[in-house]
Design a protein around this ligand. Structure first.
Ligand code: PDD
Length: 283
């Protein structure tokens, strides 16, 4: 079951007009929210980022947080599976094709749920491979925009190279992955690029930094030069659907010892423990 503009219906019944500005211009924003044990994870943070994305494209939020909360609850209830991931998509709506904003228009709101499978144990025990590519996206990567063509092409280049992710480099610095944030571990310090217009402020990124800081694991948020990436002891990728994964091969070369490192194992344990605690508290 999906939600479209105020109604719940089977996916097969959902249609949108071809003049929707999401279809014509990619004029919209989205969110991806994990659900564990039928409860949304870090919902307030996701709704805050959604608001920031909407503000950045001057689109009025069609719902209050309380309304989003109720819609999300209903979406979870009418889909199977304890763990789901929710996709929320808001476009500027249907209007005659003209680049400038229409004067009067109703946003299109679409929500769907998909099964959320935890990353395979194999990915955590062996790690994943990635390539580096030039970050050729625009300068508002902080907006969770549905215009994802550059990310699609970058991710496809990673897949065609037989790897899981493309780690992006802009002017000698690492920004993020094509669909994830990236952390570099060097000499026991977790390095993270700063949240600015060059990367998406990941909800998992924030959580990983929070967990590291609470555990006394040294962190350093600041520009991450390509050289730090190339000489990393460990590399991690994070996203709401993939949690924290170790990158053990970069551009065909082993990262550190070519195995998931000790800090990854600690972080993964902290992350799993945090998830379990949050879920218990909600009971
Ligand atoms: N993508 N950076 C980019 C470009 C992303 O697309 C994502 C996530 C992230 C990680 O953000 P978070 O931790 O909040 O999931 C960073 C989602 C999962 C997607 O597009 O499916």
């Amino acid at each position: 079951m999906i939600h479209l503009n105020g109604r719940f219906m089977p996916l097969e019944e959902a249609t949108i007009p071809v003049l929707d500005r999401g279809f014509i211009f990619g004029d919209g924003v989205y969110e991806v929210i994990p659900v564990y044990s039928r409860r949304p994870f870090r919902l307030a943070e996701h709704l805050r980022r959604l608001q920031n994305s909407l503000d950045a494209i001057s689109l009025k939020n069609p719902h209050t947080d309380a309304e989003w909360g109720a819609l999300i609850e209903e979406l979870i209830a009418c889909n199977e599976g304890a763990d789901q991931y929710l996709y929320l998509h808001i476009t500027r709506g249907v209007a005659k094709r003209d680049h400038a904003f229409p004067k009067v228009v109703t946003p299109t709101v679409f929500m769907m749920s998909s099964p959320l499978l935890p990353p395979a144990a194999e990915l955590k025990s062996s790690g994943v491979a990635a390539i580096t590519t030039i970050d050729n996206r625009w300068l508002r990567c902080d907006i969770k925009s549905i215009s994802l063509l550059p990310n699609v092409l970058l991710r496809q280049s990673a897949v065609e190279a037989g790897t899981m992710e493309a780690v992006l480099l802009r002017e000698g610095f690492m920004t993020e992955g094509a669909a994830s944030n990236i952390f570099v571990v060097q000499n026991g310090v977790v390095l993270a690029p700063p949240k600015n217009h060059l990367m998406l402020p990941g909800i998992t990124y924030d959580l990983v930094l929070e967990l590291a800081q609470a555990e006394g694991i040294p962190t350093q948020v600041g520009p991450v030069p390509e050289a730090a990436l190339r000489s990393a002891n460990e590399l991690w990728l994070t996203s709401s659907t993939r949690e924290v994964l170790p990158i053990t091969v970069l551009d065909g070369q082993p990262v550190g010892k070519g195995q998931p490192g000790p800090l990854f194992k600690r972080m993964d344990a902290l992350y799993q423990n945090y998830k379990a605690t949050v879920m218990r508290q909600a009971d």
